[in-house]
Design a protein around this ligand. Structure first.
Ligand SMILES: Nc1nc2c(ncn2[C@@H]2O[C@H](COP(=O)(O)OP(=O)(O)O)[C@@H](O)[C@H]2O)c(=O)[nH]1
Ligand SMILES: [Mg+2]
Length: 166
């Protein structure tokens, strides 16, 4: 019996230090990367089943720019068919007292789910998903939803790749 395996490519772009490399590491190893963190995660593949479809997930990490205003137009220009998921990383820090204190000293606070969802709409992303590589919360769901986005697009007769923004 032969099973057709669909390849889905999934990339992470975003500012440096937002947690892209840690996210790939958390997803592929179920662990939080501590100590030395390489600037990018070596490209990696994983076989998964999503919505009864066998999928080979190809992941690639990027160094990330410092400038949201630059990398988003670049992404849209170079990957015009990619579906975009906006990712809110490090959500464990919402409950971190030191972080909350540091933010409040600058008159800031963590963004809310609603603010993330509004931003996703504003930039034309399919979804806003929050996660934490440290606690694993939302990590599996993120990758599953990313694959579902690609598969659902195919059902509508179009082909596309996947990109993630965090
Ligand atoms: N608290 C917390 N820290 C995180 C999380 N993910 C990454 N970090 C930290 O954020 C920093 C940057 O992470 P990294 O994965 O190198 O970000 P990248 O530059 O976007 O690849 C590192 O110190 C990580 O330990 C998370 O989910 N929670
Ligand atoms: Mg990195």
């Amino acid at each position: 019996m032969s099973v057709s395996v669909r390849t889905v490519r999934l990339g992470a772009v975003g500012d440096g230090s937002v947690g892209k490399t840690s996210l790939f590491f958390a997803y592929t190893t179920d662990a939080f990367l501590t100590g030395y963190i390489p600037s990018t995660f070596d490209s990696s593949m994983r076989n998964i089943v999503v919505s009864d479809r066998a999928v080979m997930l190809q992941m690639w990490d990027t160094m990330g720019g410092e400038d949201f205003d630059r990398w988003l137009p670049d992404l849209k220009r170079h990957c015009p068919h990619a579906k975009i998921i906006l990712v809110g990383t490090k959500i464990d820090l919402r409950e971190d007292r030191d972080m909350l204190l540091r933010l409040s000293q600058r008159g800031k606070k963590p963004i809310t789910m609603e603010e993330g969802e509004d931003k996703a709409k504003e930039i034309g992303a399919e979804l806003y998903i929050e996660c934490s590589s440290m606690t694993q919360k939302g990590v599996n769901q993120l990758f599953e939803e990313a694959v579902k986005c690609v598969l659902s697009k195919e059902k509508r007769g179009k082909k596309g790749k996947k990109c993630i923004i965090s």
